[in-house]
Design a protein around this ligand. Sequence first.
Ligand SMILES: Nc1ncnc2c1ncn2[C@@H]1O[C@H](COP(=O)(O)OP(=O)(O)OP(=O)(O)O)[C@@H](O)[C@H]1O
Ligand SMILES: [Mg+2]
Length: 299
Amino acid sequence: MVLMQDLQQLRFYEQDLLRRHAELNVRLTAAQEKLLQSEKLASIGQLAAGVAHEINNPIGYVHSNLGSLQEYLHSLFALIDAYERALRSPDPRAMIPEIDQTRSRLDIDFISRDLPQLMTESREGIERVTRIVRDLKDFSRSERDESWKLVDLHAGLESTLNIIWNELKYNTTLEKHYGTLPLVECLPSELNQVYMNILINAGKAIGERGTIRVETGHDGDEVWVEIADSGPGMPAEVQQRIFDPFFTTKPVGKGTGLGLSISYGIVTKHHGRIDVDSRIGEGSRFRIVLPVRQPVPAG
Ligand SMILES: Nc1ncnc2c1ncn2[C@@H]1O[C@H](COP(=O)(O)OP(=O)(O)OP(=O)(O)O)[C@@H](O)[C@H]1O
Ligand SMILES: [Mg+2]
């Protein structure tokens, strides 16, 4: 009898435990999703600061050029005034010395040299801002409505490089060796996220000064994008764990250790793989290998 009661009690505990386990699982999944989202937001926040800087620069000089243009216009209108006065005077020829004087007072020769330059520079500035905004749009296209597309991987690589260039430019010599690639069936903005994670890691790894080589190639029904850095490389015990969620060698508060695990997930979803080759003192190489076409109807 006592045994029966114990057994019942035990069964009750067991069921309670199972229920709690299921509950915990649900909560854990939710927490993980939230974390992934916040990791993404954090890296977007970091990027936003860089992009703001990158946009501010051209905006700054276009603004100052507009200031000069305004002064130049003022001078040009003053000169037109002088010509008009001359034309309407009984003896226009007699006004020529005055016009010459006005020309040199207003520095018209300088203006006519400087104006085309100002215009070119301003146009370039505006084009740069336009390009950054376009890249940003490509980059951040919402994942939810992203569908599988046939794309030129170089376009995504270039816009990602443009976006994070602000983070890399201080210490990085960038070498690009692009091969000829067929269009690849993929989720382009998710792949941008992968390039970004690996490039940012590379930029951090090279420290004060170094090289990042971006290489692409095509081999049968696969393509690859390789990102190699001249950083310190990784010891075997680190290399074994780099794709684990939350594995980081960065100080607390610096890295979440999610960059590569997210990238691994994205590349796996593409039926591809990331090959890593790293030796202490010789840098690290991350090769993203992707099938040109998805094997199963992609969804
Ligand atoms: N190019 C590299 N050179 C040397 N070590 C690297 C390189 N890339 C990654 N690692 C190692 O792998 C670890 C995990 O990288 P991962 O991108 O997943 O996280 P993290 O960079 O530490 O943090 P997060 O990307 O979330 O900011 C890094 O902490 C680092 O030790
Ligand atoms: Mg990282």
